[in-house]
Ligand binder design. Structure first.
Ligand code: NAD
Length: 421
């Protein structure tokens, strides 16, 4: 793996809180409400006993943080990784509240995680961990309470296990308890591509502002998984010139444009972009600093920091990943005139189609993919316009504008509902 110094200037929660504080101050929100909106509603910590295949009993730590329910049930992914922390989950849960509010969908925010290394666990062990975790948090999830989804190292299969465990406990099949399920179990058409598609729609809107055409726009993407891989495919098909793609093992660059279908085939076969013959190899940090028009980080957090922000050459930064840019880097990018489409706007396509999945499950009536994509486009364009207009009106950058718009919406719902005592 090539070195990627993700110098974490602030943790995910600290980054969220720093941006939240600026936006709340700009909105003149009073101290009590600020404290309420900044604090998670509920933090669940569970310890999950699981018999490993070897017969050894292991105990895994799991978390579910529910940040805010003012606008509807909580919504957010569950990640499995050895370095998951409660602080990280807390920050990501709050970001989900703001993301859902930017997209103007009727959800609050949540996030969950289990401290484990999925690469060292068998499918059977993962299934047992998932089912026991679900049983431990069962009282707190449900279609009207909190609706989990996949995140890092969890997938459609994980969601199927959660749905089944929940359904067995409450004695009837309840597909709307999770989203990101297999299509045959109540999943939505278009969910797999939704985040990448949303990134492209947001980028399209930025191009319109600059009077640029897709075929004269060079794109570099960091990350070639669900978000980055789909974004590369969709943007290539739509006429963008994708000139660079990186993953955790390295990157590949071709100034004339990559043959994206061939690259994705190579990734399917070898599990990496590394070694692809249609370009020159480059480091996965170095690739961020190459000459391009659109940079789309779609891998992991804190990859653009005060250390490299002044070397970013892209005119547009579309944040496919969560928290790829640190707050100090934000200031540098803003001063340098980079048009940032912040994560809570740019990658909101995933949760938007999750919302569509939840609606379809509750109706028991499923939409064709074209309708899903059309409705996704409508929501993404509205969200983009809302954020950019808000920023122009209040003379703030897009990131702070997105936070302000979201906090304003959540605060309004809180005020309408009042504080129950
Ligand atoms: P994924 O696991 O499918 O893919 C991640 C990709 O990033 C892989 O190609 C991996 O090799 C690469 N990567 C990991 N570490 C890297 C590094 N240090 N340098 C370069 N590449 C690296 O994950 P995903 O679902 O595509 O999610 C990517 C990001 O987008 C995460 O931040 C996630 O939270 C965020 N996100 C995902 C969704 C979604 O619907 N999947 C929605 C919103 C936000």
């Amino acid at each position: 793996m090539s070195a990627l110094e993700t110098d974490k200037e602030l943790s995910v929660y600290e980054s969220m809180a720093a941006r939240f504080d600026v936006a709340a101050r700009m909105l003149n929100i009073d101290e009590g409400l600020t404290k309420y909106l900044r604090t998670p509603n509920r933090e669940i910590v569970v310890h999950i006993p699981v018999a490993l295949d070897s017969g050894v009993l292991e105990v895994f730590d799991g978390y579910r943080v529910q940040h805010n329910i003012a606008r509807g049930p909580c919504k957010g992914g569950i990640r499995y990784a050895p370095n998951v922390t409660l602080d990280e989950i807390r920050g990501l849960a709050a970001e989900m509240t703001w993301k859902c509010a930017v997209a103007n969908i009727p959800f609050g925010g949540a996030k969950g995680g289990i401290v484990c290394d999925p690469s060292k666990l068998s499918a059977g062990e993962l299934e047992r961990i998932t089912r026991r975790y679900t049983a431990e948090i069962l009282d707190y999830i449900g279609p009207e309470r909190d609706v989990p989804a996949p995140d890092m190292n969890t997938n459609e299969q994980t969601m199927a296990w959660i749905m089944d465990t929940y359904s067995m406990h409450i004695r009837h099949t309840t597909t709307a308890v999770v989203t990101g399920k297999p299509v045959d179990l109540g999943g939505s058409q278009g969910r797999r591509e939704a985040t990448g598609r949303g990134c492209m729609i947001a980028t399209d809107q930025a191009l319109k502002r600059f009077g640029r055409k897709r075929d004269e726009t060079r794109v570099i993407i960091q990350g070639c998984g669900n978000v980055g891989g789909q974004a590369a495919r969709l943007m290539h098909e739509a006429g963008y010139k994708v000139i660079g793609v990186a993953d955790m093992f390295g990157g590949i660059l071709n100034a004339h444009g990559l043959d994206v279908p061939a690259l994705l085939m190579h990734v399917t076969q070898t599990k990496s972009v590394k070694g692809f013959a249609g370009g020159e190899s480059i480091g996965n940090l170095e690739i961020l600093e190459q000459d391009c028009d659109v940079l789309l980080p779609a891998a992991t957090e804190s990859v653009i920091t005060s250390k490299n922000a002044h070397r970013i050459k892209a005119r547009i930064l579309t944040e496919g990943a969560n928290s790829p840019t640190s707050p100090p880097a934000d200031d540098i990018l803003f001063q340098r005139g980079v048009f940032v489409i912040p994560d809570i706007l740019a990658n909101g396509g995933g949760v938007t189609v999750s919302y569509f999945e939840w609606v379809q499950d509750r109706q028991g009536y499923f939409w064709p993919e074209a309708l899903v994509n059309e409705r996704l486009e409508h929501i993404m364009v509205d969200a983009f316009d809302g954020v950019v207009r808000y920023g122009e009106k209040h003379r703030v950058n897009n990131r702070i504008a997105a936070y302000m718009l979201a906090i304003d919406r959540v605060a309004f719902s809180v005020k309408l509902r009042g504080i129950y005592a």
